[in-house]
Design a protein around this ligand. Sequence first.
Ligand SMILES: Cc1cc2nc3c(=O)[nH]c(=O)nc-3n(C[C@H](O)[C@H](O)[C@H](O)COP(=O)(O)O)c2cc1C
Length: 302
Amino acid sequence: MSTKIDIGKLTLKNPVLTASGTFGYGQEFESFIDPSLLGGIIMKGTTWEPREGNPAPRMAETSAGMLNAVGLQNKGVHHFIDKILPAITKYDTKIIVNVAGNDVADYVKTASLLNDIERVDAIELNVSCPNVKKGGIQFGTNENLLKELLSAVRHVYYKTLIVKLSPNVTKIEDFAKISESEGADAITVANTFLGMAIDINTYKPKLSNITGGLSGPAIKPIIMRMVYQCYQVVKIPIIASGGIMHWQDAIEYFLAGATAIQVGTANFINPSASIEILQGINDYLDNNNIESIKNIIGKVKI
Ligand SMILES: Cc1cc2nc3c(=O)[nH]c(=O)nc-3n(C[C@H](O)[C@H](O)[C@H](O)COP(=O)(O)O)c2cc1C
């Protein structure tokens, strides 16, 4: 029974990753789980300059999900390399940095710097953050801007490049195809959906940013459809992100065409969720005599 999968130039020991912004840098979860058991951990959104993020309130619970508008709060890529990376280098897992920027030059500077940092195994280009005024989602919802960005990043970044797509588009397959043709090694499908919630007592939006990104079980069927659609048009691996709370959700995504999955909102409810999902996947393979996880990828019967 093998859970090994390949993403670009990397072989991951299993297909379970933690989603950017929901697992800190791994250290925050050390008292609950051993991050080394995971296939990889994806760092929170990292930018060239430090960012304050949006003012509170930045999170709101919704039916079957949550809204967030954190706005890429982080201390910048230099702080990450100097202060955080040394403390997490010990993890026996892939370290993937989620990279965001205001403009193409910003993304290029950060990607180029991370290209030379040996312990960073891959970057996940965040072209889909719905909560910042500049950068982010602009690139993931405009085909020409996405092409321009990927071509510029590919010129300076030679390691495994993952593009995290936005679900806030009519045809996500078109963005998947652009990512593949511009040299991405994999795509993440997808980031959060733009949403809104209003407090009926104060008449005010529940988030100071007014709108935020919707995540959690509410989005799973929509992202499932998107993974399936992307699988029809690209050969590069698809990493599913959207409402994976239990191992059954992960299996469903593999059948739809995902090679790996990310655990996001579930980490806030159950900090051991990622490891329980991994265990569930292992048991499912065992119980059904499936030799390799690769054997079920895209095997939904239509
Ligand atoms: C609080 C919070 C912060 C997030 N921060 C980031 C981020 O910095 N970069 C990014 O690409 N996605 C970010 N996301 C999106 C998640 O990585 C994930 O793609 C999304 O939540 C969907 O998965 P889920 O339904 O399993 O949570 C964030 C999500 C949440 C809830």
